[in-house]
Design a protein around this ligand. Structure first.
Ligand code: ZN
Length: 151
């Protein structure tokens, strides 16, 4: 990369003019900044980690409040929890779908097959999480229908 002598903006090696101030960079020597690349990667990693923590907490919050709420409702309506526990078996796959360590299992599988290390695309995992959310919403609707509660 090249650092602009005028404004200190960081430019790609292929850049002939500074992205920031348009000054000529032809005579600026390019340098490879390990530190900079690492910082960018770290920042993006941290961002995606934070996002993943937030969505996980949000999901668990919805999930747990749903469990507690339906438990209370079930107790109120049926005077017991047998039906609730029978129905709650359906909640487990939903949680697994969301919390399953897709990347870890994928890496483990690749290692076992002696293939190169690689990771699943974020969008791929996002699909599974979206399905888990839809599953949870269906559970909400299904439970209310089962209990004949008017929403
Ligand atoms: Zn510049």
């Amino acid at each position: 990369m090249k650092t602009c002598p005028k404004c200190n903006a960081v430019n790609k090696d292929s850049q002939r003019l500074c992205v920031n101030c348009d000054s000529y960079l032809g005579n600026v020597a390019s340098e490879y900044d390990d530190d900079y690349a690492e910082k960018v990667i770290m920042r993006s990693n941290r961002k995606s980690k934070t996002r993943s923590i937030i969505t996980t907490v949000l999901f668990l919050l919805f999930y747990c409040s749903f469990l507690v709420f339906t438990m209370i409702l079930s107790y109120d309506i049926f005077g017991g929890l047998e039906r609730y526990f029978r129905y709650s078996l359906l909640y487990i796959p939903c949680l697994i779908l969301f919390l399953f360590p897709y990347n870890k299992v994928y890496c483990w599988y690749r290692k076992k097959k002696k293939k190169d290390e690689s990771y699943l695309a974020d969008s791929f995992i996002a699909i599974f999480k979206a399905v888990a959310w839809i599953y949870l919403i269906c559970l909400y609707v299904g439970t209310f229908q089962m209990m004949n509660v008017e929403l």
